[in-house]
Design a binder for this molecule. Structure first.
Ligand code: PRX
Length: 625
């Protein structure tokens, strides 16, 4: 029923050798040549050629044959001294005595050494056409992480871990992880009942079980975690159950259960979590202080700025502090993109695993740069949407999921307990996909705000009055055909040009795709004919020398082509910088007042990072008119 798979056991050595040999002897031609090529010099088999002769030799001189195979097909940490000591009459079976090897090293490490990019697993998932590939490098990483996780939770050599999972890469990695740390694994078919599972757990005396929340087979969902819960009633030896997520549906976790991932950033024990937000901002509260500390994480406190003393500051810090998760704002990414790739490439970023973005829509160019340059194309970028009022991340991709598709610039999928809905202008819920509306939440969740200090009525009026029965976020969102969410910006930032409603973020995204542009901000202004006109502020990348009139024409052309002619800016003002809050958000309210020439109404500027930026903007605006 179960296969002991300890890293140094003789049993493992012999069983692995048998499997390996069997597998190549079953294929013809090429493999036979391989056998012939490696055997003669090692086992005095010169002159042996052809399958029949080889087979004859494997029986007549089996010790030499198996010794040659074992030496040439496997990596031994300690070579064996005796090939075999077997006596069938007494049931004594001993192979490769004195030898030590690790099965997972043989399956993974040696291939990663020579060809890390070779595909090791092709996962043909239940959902037809959604297959996924894992390279040897990726499988090794997954295996090592799991091995470390098991070790940290006290699993040691000789223990037996029960794996109750569907056929998936995580199950393979779990098996290899057990082998790696010298634990035996007891893989139980995921179709077995709670009783059958319990019997096998008791038989193996497992204290650890690995499972998934739900399985998916033939289009049907099976409640694997619930089956484990039932089995636990008659398995007193089990101390811990690791639970991975195969589907999005949360499951009830007990004190015995351990989630196998943190969900957005794939944080694992021992990682260094680098959120570069200021603690005066909600991101600093939730993802520098409370979140990381509550989870026993190591959290970085970043006191400086992204360009002090130079634009390599973040990546220099990543190298020195060995940061694994980096979480920052699109505004900083756009700023750094301006200075060029060399500031990133100077530093070793190999520790990075996940890159996060928060606070604003991240435009396509910034997303691509973050992913390709900062993350070397290997780190998932998680565009996380949330607000001060929501307390924590509400919509975000989950790279650790098997369904880990990530679309640039999309917050993607609601997090646990979050039930987003889109509303039309009449306050009706939009049920179809491929649609846009006001983003509301249909259900409460524990992290959400409870009131506004000393002004509960304002709380009600702002968040619950616009769409009775729903929490109103104030943001607009688009839900794609696949059901993924993309935040289109504050609803106040939607402008109406000649009856066409358009999010300013959409225009900014196109403008930012121009290679000369570092960032932009688009606002509406009162237009006597169109109702509202489009006014764009554009900051160029460092060292760009162009004729502003030429560039304006180019940008207008891009917007007309990619969105529509009506969206093309009536005014383009080139600026050295944009007015921003200290948390990096562009102060669009200020820009709107400037273009409306309402300088009296600029309002409270105390949160501005650099008030001089407003003066520059005012002067530039006056020059343009
Ligand atoms: O408009 C959304 C935008 O930032 C607003 C919340 O700002 P604040 O309360 O300061 O919290 C910032 C940190 C969470 C949202 O209403 N926003 C936040 N994240 C994103 C975003 N817009 C687009 N994409 C995001 N990922």
């Amino acid at each position: 029923m179960w296969l002991p798979c300890g890293c140094t056991s003789k049993y493992v050595a012999s069983s692995f050798a048998r499997r390996t040999l069997a597998s190549y002897l079953h294929v013809s031609g090429r493999s036979r040549c391989n056998v012939a090529a490696f055997m003669p010099e090692a086992a005095g088999l010169e002159g042996v050629s052809g399958r029949a002769a080889l087979r004859e030799l494997s029986v007549s001189n089996s010790e030499s044959f198996w010794a040659a195979v074992a030496r040439h097909r496997l990596c031994w940490s300690t070579p064996f001294h005796t090939v075999q000591d077997c006596d069938l009459s007494r049931g004594k079976i001993k192979w490769f005595e004195g030898g030590k090897l690790n099965v997972s090293v043989n399956c993974l490490d040696r291939h990663v050494h020579t060809c890390p990019e070779r595909v090791a697993l092709i996962w043909e998932r239940d959902e037809r056409g959604s297959e996924m590939k894992y390279t040897y490098g990726e499988l090794l990483e997954m295996t090592c992480r799991l091995g470390n996780l098991l070790r940290r939770h006290g699993v040691k050599r000789g223990d037996c871990v029960t794996i109750y999972m569907p056929t998936c890469p995580l199950a393979v990695a779990s098996m290899l992880a057990c082998a790696r740390i010298g634990a035996a694994h007891n893989v139980v078919f995921a179709g077995f009942s709670a009783d059958a599972l319990a019997e096998r757990i008791r038989d193996a005396q497992s204290s650890t079980v690995i499972t998934v929340n739900q399985g998916v087979r033939g289009g049907k969902v099976t409640e694997l975690k619930k089956t484990v819960d039932t089995a636990m009633q008659s398995c007193p030896t089990v101390k811990q159950v690791f639970v991975a997520m195969r589907t999005d549906n949360p499951v009830t976790m007990t004190a015995r259960d351990i989630a196998m991932e943190e969900y957005v950033f794939s944080y694992h024990d021992g990682d260094v979590f680098g959120c570069v937000a200021d603690i005066g901002w909600i991101t600093g509260h939730s993802y520098v202080v409370y979140g990381p500390l509550a989870n026993g994480a190591t959290t970085v406190l970043f006191e400086s700025t992204p360009i002090y003393p130079d634009p390599g500051r973040y990546w220099d810090m990543v190298e020195r502090l060995k940061i694994n998760q980096f979480y920052g704002a699109p505004t900083a990414i756009r700023l750094l993109l301006k200075y060029g790739d060399q500031w990133v490439n100077k530093y070793d970023r190999s520790t990075l695993k996940t890159l996060g973005s928060v606070g604003e829509p991240i435009n396509t160019e910034a997303w691509e740069w973050y992913h390709r340059v900062v993350g070397d194309g290997r780190c998932p970028v998680v565009d996380t949407w949330w607000q001060t009022e929501t307390g924590g991340i509400c919509i975000a991709p989950r790279p650790s999921d098997p369904d880990a598709e990530i679309v640039p610039g999309m917050a993607m999928r609601p997090f646990f307990g979050i039930n987003p809905v889109l509303m039309d202008t009449e306050g009706e819920v939009l049920t179809s996909n491929n649609t846009s509306g006001a983003l509301c939440m249909a259900q409460p969740w524990p992290g959400m705000a409870r009131t506004i200090h000393n002004n509960h009525q304002r709380f009600i009026d702002t968040y619950f009055q616009p769409y009775p029965g729903y929490f109103f976020t104030g943001d607009g969102a688009y839900r794609s055909e696949e059901g993924y969410y993309q935040i289109t910006g504050r609803l106040d930032d939607v402008i109406n040009v000649s009856g066409h409603r358009i999010g300013t973020a959409e225009i900014e995204d196109v403008v930012n795709q121009c290679p000369a542009v570092a960032e932009s901000a688009v606002v509406g202004y009162t237009h006597s004919i169109k109702g509202q006109g489009v006014y764009a502020f554009v900051v160029l990348k460092k060292g760009i020398d162009v004729q502003e009139a030429d560039l304006s024409r180019q940008l207008n052309g891009m917007v007309s082509e990619k969105i529509a002619k009506y969206a093309s800016p009536d005014f383009i003002q080139f600026a050295k910088r944009l007015p921003k809050t200290r948390s990096g958000k562009i102060m669009r309210r200020v820009l709107r007042k400037v273009v409306e020439s309402d300088l009296e109404g600029l309002g409270d500027l105390s949160t501005l990072d650099d008030p001089a930026a407003v003066q520059e903007i005012i002067q530039g605006h006056e020059k343009l008119l």
